[in-house]
Design a protein around this ligand. Structure first.
Ligand code: SF4
Length: 223
């Protein structure tokens, strides 16, 4: 049982969570598939298991995209959360977004690494079709719980880094930022009861011979 198994368990749990929300996202809908996707280095290790990434042509496409402007994070989710828990002013993200579609999309708008895609791709879901109509509409609770799952995933990789997917897949780890351990979750008061119930479910997800709780701190404060 290792952290990559725990990451896979978080992804599995997220699949079961999103299935409760009547989302409209479907294959071929790729509005959110841009060059600005971020992930942790642990997610990069998982993503490299995707068969499509073994193709040399795709490697070249990734390299070309990584050389063009794209979002590079200067902060991590747990870093922002830590500032909130310490009642410090939240640092401001200064990374700028780039133009263009994710090079892992195929010509028909399908993700070539779908089963191994990072959490940032999984978290982008909508209650309404956003193709040609603007922005995704996310259920507020799912938005909150997604934020918590970003934090959990960073914690699983707390000795690793976060960066743009293109940079991490092309071995530009120098363009990334160090991850941090989980300082607690950011949950609005009105969602804390439901959050606690779903968190309890998450902790019981089986990972090898144990459960996900084995990978998390014993006590996780809410603000
Ligand atoms: S990895 Fe897949 S799901 Fe994520 S942005 Fe790229 S094509 Fe879209």
């Amino acid at each position: 049982m290792n952290n990559i198994d725990a990451l896979e368990a978080v992804y599995r749990f997220h699949d079961s969570l999103t299935a409760r929300f009547g989302l409209v996202c479907t294959g071929g809908c790729a509005t959110c598939c841009s060059v600005n996707v971020t992930m942790t280095s642990l997610e990069g290790d998982y993503l490299r298991r995707a068969e499509a990434l073994q193709e040399p042509e795709l490697g070249k496409r990734l390299g070309r995209a990584a050389d063009r402007p794209h979002f590079r994070p200067h902060l991590t989710t747990n870093e922002l959360a830590e500032a909130c828990f310490l009642r410090r002013d939240a640092p401001v993200e200064t990374g700028e977004h780039g133009e263009g579609s994710c090079p892992l999309l195929d010509r028909s708008g399908h993700c070539t690494v779908y089963d191994h895609r990072p959490f940032a791709c999984r978290a982008m879901v909508s209650l309404e079709r956003c193709v040609g109509q603007g922005e995704a509409v996310m259920p507020p609770f799912l938005f909150t719980f997604n934020l918590a799952l970003y934090q959990v995933i960073e914690h699983l990789d707390r000795d690793g880094v976060s960066g743009n997917m293109l940079d991490l897949l092309t071995d530009h780890r120098d363009r990334s930022v160090p991850n941090r351990p989980l300082p607690g979750f950011l949950v609005p008061p009105e969602e804390q009861l439901r959050f606690a119930r779903v968190l309890d479910e998450l902790k019981k997800v089986v990972v090898g011979n144990g459960v996900l709780a084995d990978f998390l701190p014993d006590s996780l404060p809410l603000p």
